[in-house]
Design a binder for this molecule. Structure first.
Ligand code: NAD
Ligand code: UFG
Length: 349
């Protein structure tokens, strides 16, 4: 079989760079399109260093239709992994138009160009944030959607647009239908075991794990634990943390599924990518202290607006249809996050 080319939007970012490693190591050619709005090209040099393979990089914005079409004309792309997007919940509340323009409009341009180039296999980075509040704490794909912020709504809108594209195939009876996997990530953390690539947040991190790492290394003084009075086992928020390397393996599994008999007639389907179990904030702190031998200085602070008490994935569908499940545990996630942090105290800078 010829080497397949995967175009990775947002490939210089945290998850995208890990996906590039996984793709190159699985024998794919990789073409990255990234405008570097939230990443550095150094991540891609590190990907090449880890894999001993090279990739093609275009520093472009996916909303630039002409340029994107030129890339598709030049590169023999068979599948797109679409990571490019803005992802900060708080920022999305302050700048909703920016989020809808980048995430929703950006995906529309990408889909138009893919349609015109007749490349109709897509793996999309969705998020558990598309689910509405539920009385159940374990989320299945058929739960109602009801995101509560512009970031989450941008992901839900994109899911709708992609589902509509797939539905339209049935009406127009095309010979080359869309094959789309909507991957709903739970909480990706950790880094590649080499410590060469990892999460490099701009400014003060919003998310728990990078915050804890930066407290442990002395860059930040103290972690605020947002609430210790939730109805959870120790009062702190419970989330389904997933190692980023496990997460990106779910993406290559998704490509395989899209190319299997199951998607022969096309389709658009959502899959949860999570471990199926949750850890509390206190459990994360305890594990971090035990694994790294460092103290994590923290204080109890008020609840953060918009946070749920507890949420984790039902990952059975991904096991059944993608043949995927997590392989790494919380100790691995913490070990690898800390390895990245200590080897790159200033990130890629
Ligand atoms: P990231 O910010 O590290 O990576 C996103 C990349 O996309 C960056 O390199 C950025 O420069 C690029 N980009 C943004 N807008 C672009 C545009 N218009 N054109 C070209 N490139 C553009 O984020 P990440 O954590 O790697 O997340 C990747 C995807 O996964 C995002 O779509 C995000 O919403 C989704 N996701 C992330 C998480 C998480 O916790 N990290 C959880 C659920 C879903
Ligand atoms: N938390 C703290 N202190 C902090 C940061 C977080 O106590 O400084 C707590 C939160 O209250 C929550 C838990 O740690 O209980 C996890 O918080 P994160 O911010 O790391 O993750 P979220 O579950 O809030 O959200 C993340 C991404 C979203 C994404 C969601 C599901 O930020 O974009 O996972 O994938 F949608």
């Amino acid at each position: 079989m010829d080497t397949q080319t995967v175009l990775v939007t947002g490939g210089a970012g945290y998850i995208g760079s890990h996906a590039c490693v996984e793709l190159l190591q699985s024998g794919y050619r990789v073409v990255v399109v990234d405008n570097l709005s939230n990443s550095k090209p150094e991540s891609l040099s590190r990907v090449e260093q880890i894999t001993g393979k090279s990739l093609s990089f275009y520093q472009d914005d996916i909303r630039d239709k002409k340029t994107l079409a030129e890339i598709f004309a030049k590169e023999p792309v068979t599948t797109v992994m679409h990571f490019a997007g803005l992802k900060a919940v708080g920022e999305s509340c302050e700048q909703p138009l920016n989020y809808y323009h980048n995430n929703v409009y950006g995906t529309m341009v990408l889909a138009e160009v893919m349609n015109e180039a007749n490349v109709k296999q897509l793996v999309f980075s969705s998020s558990a944030t598309v689910y509405g509040e539920s009385t159940a704490v374990q989320y299945s794909e058929n739960f109602p959607l009801g995101p509560i912020n512009p970031y989450g709504r941008s992901k839900a809108m994109i899911e709708d647009i992609l589902r509509d594209l797939s539905t339209a195939d049935n009406i127009i009876q095309t010979k080359s239908p869309w094959k789309i996997a909507l991957l709903r990530y739970f909480n990706p953390i950790g880094a590649h075991e080499s410590g060469l690539i990892g999460e490099d947040p701009n400014g003060i991190p919003n998310n728990l794990m990078p915050y804890v790492s930066q407290v442990a290394i002395g860059k930040l003084a103290q972690l605020s634990v947002f609430g210790d009075d939730y109805p959870t086992r120790d009062g702190t928020g419970v989330r389904d943390y997933i190692h980023v390397v496990d997460l990106v393996k779910g993406h290559t599994k998704a490509i395989a599924a899209l190319e299997s008999e199951k998607f022969k007639s096309g389709g658009c389907k959502a899959y949860n990518l999570g471990a199926g179990r949750g850890y509390s904030v206190f459990e994360i702190i305890e594990t971090f202290e035990r694994v790294t031998g460092r103290k994590v200085n923290y204080k109890i602070a008020p609840r953060r607006a918009g946070d749920l008490a507890e949420c984790f994935a039902n990952p059975e569908l991904a096991l059944k249809e993608l043949d995927w499940k997590v392989e790494k545990n919380l100790d691995d996630m913490v070990t690898d996050a800390w390895n990245w942090q200590t080897k790159n105290p200033q990130g890629y800078a």
